[in-house]
Ligand binder design. Sequence first.
Ligand SMILES: NC(=O)c1ccc[n+]([C@@H]2O[C@H](COP(=O)([O-])OP(=O)(O)OC[C@H]3O[C@@H](n4cnc5c(N)ncnc54)[C@H](OP(=O)(O)O)[C@@H]3O)[C@@H](O)[C@H]2O)c1
Length: 262
Amino acid sequence: MDIIPRVGLGTWKASPGEVANAVMEAINLGYRHFDCAYLYHNESEVGMGINSKIKEGVVKREELFVVSKPGEKDVPLDCNGMVIPSNTSFLDTWEAMEDLVIEGLVKHLGVSNFNHEQLEKLLNKPGLRFKPITNQIECHPYLTQKNLIDFCHKRNVSVTAYRPLGGSRDGVDLLDDIVIRNIAKKHAKSSAQILIRFQIQRNVIVIPKSVTPSRIKENIQVFDFELTEKDMEELLGLNKNLRLATFPSTENHKDYPFHIEY
Ligand SMILES: NC(=O)c1ccc[n+]([C@@H]2O[C@H](COP(=O)([O-])OP(=O)(O)OC[C@H]3O[C@@H](n4cnc5c(N)ncnc54)[C@H](OP(=O)(O)O)[C@@H]3O)[C@@H](O)[C@H]2O)c1
């Protein structure tokens, strides 16, 4: 569980023109974990940022934990804009991913948006060569994911919280929630820092995204204070199982993970 640095930089919606600078800034500030994906269309620029810091001698490649997620170039859509489901079993996909580890192309494997049944199925796969080291899921005080986190931790699979700040606030403003603001005020911290610290204290890895230098800095300054038990209870009490990332175009897929509670 300690392989993955506890705070990483998210890169979704970080435009190619901004992300290299954000990555360089983050490395200067001590980030050693970067969350990327083919579908974010900015991986080469993330790589440029990393490369330039390696060249400067600020960091070594082996000190960095870089996450990617495979994606198809053109996800086939039907006339209603729904993803045309594939019949491939994710267990077969996992085997292909295991080959990448054997070939030395990747170091570790993880999953994302897996519900507990899918994770169980994978962990029980006959002949499993590598376990997933993390399940990356949406998590914040409006979607606390208690059951899924307990399930993962019991099986020694870490959890990585994505959209920890509530994303770019289309209609939902976690940062402005009065409970969160009051806790922030009490600790003389920002709401974002409270949301990040909340995950750390639940033993959950967290990947806030920012391309703004002052926020990139703020988001990693979360190791000099501690939320009290009461703070944690209040934050957990905000849960309303509100899922912000629902991937509606994939709802017809046989493996759509959100048809069950966790
Ligand atoms: N596996 C998946 O299916 C999946 C799905 C979604 C996301 N993810 C990953 O998780 C990462 C994080 O999630 P997310 O990007 O959706 O949302 P997020 O990290 O919760 O929120 C990002 C938004 O918050 C702003 N922000 C960052 N720090 C702030 C601060 N200290 N104060 C105020 N605002 C702040 C950012 O603005 P600026 O950038 O303008 O500063 C951006 O608009 C993604 O970037 C991606 O790497 C994975």
